[in-house]
Design a protein around this ligand. Sequence first.
Ligand code: SF4
Ligand code: SF4
Length: 718
Amino acid sequence: MERSFAKDVEKLKLGAGETFHGEGILAITKALLQSGVSYVGGYQGAPVSHLMDVLSDAQDILDDMGIHFEASANEAAAAAMCAASINYPMRGAVVWKSTVGTNVASDALSNLASAGVKGGTLIVLGEDYGEGASIIQERTHAFAMKSQIWLMDPRPQQPKVVELVEKAFELSEASSTPVMMEFRIRACHMHGSFACKDNRRPAISRNAVMESPSFDMGRICLPPSTYAQEQDKIERRLPAARAFIREHGLNEVFDGDLADVGIILQGGLYNSVIRALQQLGLADGFGECRVPLLALNVTYPLVPEEIAAFCGGKRAVLVVEEGQPDYLEQAINALLRKADLDTTIVGKDVLPMAGEYVAEVLLAGIARFIEGSVPEGVDLEAVAAAPARVAELKQRAAELLGAPVPKRPPSFCTGCPERPVFSAIKLVEKDLGKIHIAADIGCHTFSTLAPFNLGNSVLGYGLGLASAAAVSPAFGKRVVSIMGDGGLWHNGLASGVAGAVFNQTDSVLVIMNNGYTSATGQQYIPSTGKNFREQPTGMTIRRALEGIGVKWLKTVTTYRVGEMVKTLTQAMTTKTLGLKVIIAESECQIARQRRLKPLVRRQLEAGRRVVRTRFGVDDEVCTGDHSCIRLSGCPSLTVKPNPDPLRRDPVATVDQGCVGCGLCGEVADAAALCPSFYRADIVQNPSRLDLVMDGLRRRVIGALANGAGKVPEAAVGP
Ligand code: SF4
Ligand code: SF4
């Protein structure tokens, strides 16, 4: 895994009277344990991958409490786990990244929401929206509304978050409805503290098992039950949820002296709103605010009485709702009309319809609202001046920097095993012409960016091959689809490979087998060879593909660019029809480095011989055309001024980040580029033989170099 929580999980054992200090995602996990969950499952994805990682590391705590934890095969499987709460009073939580994960889970979610739940059911969502998001920009809100699942968006303050997690289970039970709770990326990584409670052992668990199953036709999603379930949603569950939200004060009102205006906001945006108000001189750093606020910790369903009570007597209220469509604004307008209140609702007319509401965006929008609504007792000149003051500061900072901060486009890590595959595809294209590439989700999606720009479409996780289905027959040349091992096990085996074999699609699939779901933090997958409990699985990609009927199947080590070019060319040109699969195999470099570094350190400490490989470029041989950089894209391969005063083009050079993967040398060889790359083995704790050989080499090289007036560098490290 990307990060070990082995030490942090000790905090999960804290009990009443003790204080938790730490990261948001760990606090949420502790709140689950305090809520008495019987099971937890999920699928990794930012910003909630760490919740899965924490639980993987907390196996002894979970075992002791009898809690079942499962690293689900995908989000649909995680959502289906919640079936345990349909018939039995078992509390459970599942987690994934939204909206993509919610898309995958939607079939199970609809059925879960229709059947309803007995045990409190919480779906923890990493709402990956806005700056830094890695997915399509949509909101979970629509899913909540269409399936009638309650949606919470807690105010990001740890005691409040923990309290609301516990309340979410109660809300779920009081209204027989699953609850979604969304967390933005900052909330997940925010540090804070809260007073702990003892963890609660679940009444039904691995340690306290049930003896007989329950059968209730009313819980089956088939007519006539589905008709009754829909009625129940409207007649009982929704009113029960609204009553619970109101009676338990899940939404929060913060009073302010500017009583003729107010702001209704999504709870998750509270900190940014306060920061903007602080800049406008209308709040302090501790949250004391002059503008009354209604923080919606539950954004669906709204409670009409709460909205009416807050808006009543106010001339204007601003709705701060991130993203589109403006569900809350429309609903609040409708509620006020029904309540016959004439408060003016302002929202997307002063705030942008799309994009993240960072403090700067909110500052401009709230300033416009205040200027337009003219609350009594506010210095409007100071309000109008605030955005200009912040803009001026930014301008000043930019001037002091001198030059704009260089952009850092996302790319493969240094030494990534997936990069060579795309170098190979580039070389194949030199001979066969441009190829349609059906890309997929994973680190390999970076292939769509410079310098490769390989990938004509991205349709979803594990859907690379499926997305080529209608393109393949429309081309005179075979289409190449890309899929990661994570995507394969997530759904690609069925939706892509089985579909292509079944339909006898004549196409080429490259499966990146790097051993983990690398993009989300190197979590284990079936073909890692072991599960999160470190138990061997015996599952391999090759066996799965053969079992499904793939006949043309080759495995190539990704770093062997020449062999990859040959295999790809063969797959593209063979007379054999049907699906041709190349398993491109090499371990994720980040995982490899994390695995090797402690081993190397221990070997060095023990005085054992360690060899590290690095690559370099001979300045005198480099022609300065930089085709090696364009073909490999390695961040460690860069340029420096040409040391030869008679040559102007900067030469290629390898910086200190090089991990010695060898790709640059392989590419230079496969593409018949200049022979400027050299390999250097750095030997630490050299053996006697190393020292003898080093002395010998120095003498030979020295003798040769002395003629050219040069002295050889040390070939053996300390
Ligand atoms: S995390 Fe691993 S697979 Fe992903 S880009 Fe980095 S090295 Fe490559
Ligand atoms: S060997 Fe070449 S491609 Fe590999 S990390 Fe070093 S510079 Fe980059």
